[in-house]
Design a protein around this ligand. Structure first.
Ligand SMILES: NC(=O)c1ccc[n+]([C@@H]2O[C@H](COP(=O)([O-])OP(=O)(O)OC[C@H]3O[C@@H](n4cnc5c(N)ncnc54)[C@H](OP(=O)(O)O)[C@@H]3O)[C@@H](O)[C@H]2O)c1
Length: 342
């Protein structure tokens, strides 16, 4: 039986038949591409499900070392504080709400070793207040800081088109997500360089790699976190300091407005446990060349992998836009119902 090839294929195939070196070359390229893909896929799954990350003892846990956590009063930051305290780090809790920070400090005192110390530093990062940064600097001056978690973050109360976002919200998002991350890092880094050890985790979001319509400022600031972390990681690795951009999909919290955990939305406790167990790996980010990025939670890692295998960014941007339109509709309907009740 003879197969009739379309005209567009017959010419290239004739060329391949006539030049054996061309078919060998094409075969080699195909084999290399497949091998590269297979190795990266194995890396993603091995790092996510099997390989352990660096032991946190190397950052001097139980030896008087401190972990500084911004946004420590609630959600993911609060959970980092509790889990790092359990691992033997002293904890400097940073946020605005004294009552909530005190509750976290009390929980640490009741659940962790009595040798674990806590301190509280009140600061409103949206204010870009130099005196407040000086206060934070002097609190940290005496501390041997092994870990910094830049967790503080602000998003939009609901998806909103950029033209309708109040200027103050845009300024707050930049001050909190960008300025605070850089300023606190610059306060902590000299000590880490001097001691030749340190871990810096910067909370990022999938919105940083998939531009998110109707959350444009938030999405762009999280893209900053990714780029900043990669550049800094390269600068400080010779000082034995690890910098990670923690690439995060949804987590149950006040910010995400999701109250129940599900397959793709872990509780903060599960998310933080995954992050702390995968230091120095990439997990879901191992498939693409994103130095410093770690997608630690297993279902987020699989999603990250699939998004990059599909690779059509515009598809995901369009999907996110549709999703945000419907989230906004629902949020507005909820507001309307609540205003009618009053
Ligand atoms: N939850 C998610 O689905 C998700 C997904 C991707 C990335 N992330 C990122 O993860 C990080 C933590 O988010 P989360 O969900 O845990 O949020 P959250 O539960 O709302 O907690 C935010 C924390 O930041 C503090 N904070 C907010 N504004 C502040 C300000 N102006 N100055 C000082 N502290 C301030 C809050 O404390 P006070 O109110 O006491 O100040 C609180 O401790 C953020 O960077 C976020 O972008 C979260």
């Amino acid at each position: 039986m003879s197969v009739v090839l379309p005209g567009c294929l017959s010419a290239p195939l004739a060329l391949v038949n006539e030049c054996p070196w061309l078919s060998t070359f094409l075969l080699l390229v195909g084999a290399l591409t497949f091998t590269r893909f297979a190795i990266k896929t194995v890396l993603v799954f091995a790092q996510t499900f099997i390989l352990p990350g660096k032991n946190l003892k190397q950052f001097a846990a139980k030896k008087g070392s401190w972990a500084v956590i911004t946004g420590a009063s609630d959600g993911i930051g609060r959970e980092f504080a509790l889990q790092l305290a359990r691992k033997g780090f002293n904890i400097l809790l940073v946020a605005r709400n004294n009552v909530m920070l005190t509750a976290v400090a009390e929980e640490i005192a009741s659940k962790c070793s009595p040798s674990v110390e806590t301190k509280i530093q009140l600061i409103d990062f949206s204010k870009k207040d130099e005196a407040a940064y000086e206060g934070l600097k002097s609190t940290m001056a005496e501390l041997d800081i092994g870990i910094l978690i830049n967790c503080v973050g602000k998003s939009h109360t609901m998806p909103t088109y950029f033209v309708e976002i109040p200027t103050q919200d845009i300024e707050d998002i930049v001050a909190i997500n960008i300025n605070a991350t850089m300023r606190v890092t610059s306060l902590v880094l000299p000590g880490m360089i001097q001691r030749k050890r340190g871990l810096i985790l910067n909370l990022g979001s999938f919105a940083g790699s998939i531009p998110s319509p109707m959350l444009a400022p938030y999405s762009a600031t999280k893209s900053f976190v990714s780029t900043f972390s990669s550049a800094l990681q390269e600068e400080v690795k010779s000082h034995n300091i690890i910098v990670h951009h923690l690439n995060t999909y949804f987590v149950v919290s006040k910010m995400s407005n999701i109250r129940r955990a599900s397959l793709f939305v872990p509780l903060p406790a599960d998310y933080v446990r995954a992050a702390l167990s995968k230091i120095s790996l990439s997990c879901g980010a191992a498939h693409t060349n994103r130095p410093g990025t770690l997608t630690p939670y297993w279902s987020h890692a699989v999603l990250d992998y699939l998004i990059h295998v599909v690779g059509i960014k515009s598809l995901f941007i369009g999907y996110t836009h549709g999703l945000h339109k419907s989230i906004r509709k629902r949020a507005l309907r909820k507001l309307e119902r609540e205003s009618k009740k009053q």
